[in-house]
Design a protein around this ligand. Sequence first.
Ligand code: NAD
Ligand code: DAU
Length: 341
Amino acid sequence: MRNLMVTGGAGFIGSNFTRYMLEKYPDYTVLVYDKLTYAGNLDNLKDVAARFGDRYAFVQGDICDAATVREAIRAYDVDTIVNFAAESHVDRSIMNPDAFIKTDVYGTYVLLEATRELGLERMHQVSTDEVYGHVPEGASKETDPVAPRSPYAASKASADLMVNAYHITYGLPVTITRGANNIGPYQYPEKVVPLFVTNALDDQPLPLYGDGEQVRDYQYVLDHCEAIDLVLHKGEIGEIYNVGTGTEMRNIDMTRLVLKLLGKPESLIQPVRDRPGHDRRYALDVTKIRALGWEPGHTCEEAIEKTVRWYVENEWWWRPIKSGERYREYYRRQYAGREIT
Ligand code: NAD
Ligand code: DAU
């Protein structure tokens, strides 16, 4: 394992993972293969291109395009695929599921086929705790059945099932990680934490869905990257590993913490109509990844604090996104007239 293809590497977690791996392994190369959808952004990799020019390459391509995927694998002598490429936002999957089925399901199949035909060493699938669905009590184990409830979660669960099927049927060397909510640098400001931080910085309302009692496990993105690295090197082929802090936080508490860290008033909180089918709670049992030797480096609170600081210090990154017509149009569609008064 030396030459990685990081699909979706121009997005949030993929760009953090690319930087992390190039810093950690001086003899590795990384090819970022990314379609550059609205969420893909070469600004996320600006420093990477400058620092690791000889070991880093970028190809713009769709994971659904089998010919271009194979061409890139051959051209860069790729031995391992780490698949981050996906449509990743639940609200967009509710508006329009089409791209989710194409990229998250069919695209994963294309990568599996390429892994099989070209005899790659590993295909790692980056999955999500959302595949387990709403978890009213206890914590999801890797052996629990999937019970996805949004089009996004269903597309990710479908991909997991196909990855597992390729392992069983063809003996493909695969691994899967199922991560809890990531936060940190370069997260597109549609996701709740960067959305709330950047709105608060501009004294704009923070649209909190429903009663704000929903529970998430907000983990720092580099902790998640570390866990994927560990699974790549020490994980068992054919296995699934949950990744999260194993603790929980209510959205209302996350929101209050963001405001407190920024010195902004709670009057900025604007309750809005809830997300349809909103999963009220996710909770992961992380015993298995811990047994491999991984510990989360940050609590949810520490992760939020670091994230807030990054957005305060990096307006150059998020202001152009938020002021662009594409983002503003999405924001209007998603939030206009949704206020609960
Ligand atoms: P993101 O939306 O920030 O990035 C996705 C990237 O994939 C973008 O660069 C986009 O251009 C690219 N992409 C989309 N469709 C593509 C296609 N057809 N071909 C090639 N590239 C394509 O997403 P993220 O938050 O970084 O999530 C990365 C992965 O991690 C996803 O698979 C997601 O399901 C999973 N995940 C995310 C979280 C989270 O909290 N963000 C948690 C657990 C798992
Ligand atoms: O759990 C892992 C998942 O985390 C990943 O698989 C997804 O790719 C990622 O988008 C994220 O999904 P969530 O739906 O949990 O993240 P989001 O940031 O959209 O929402 C987090 C919580 O905040 C959720 O309970 C909904 C709520 N929320 C979200 C938005 C965008 C609000 O209250 N207001 C908002 O405006």
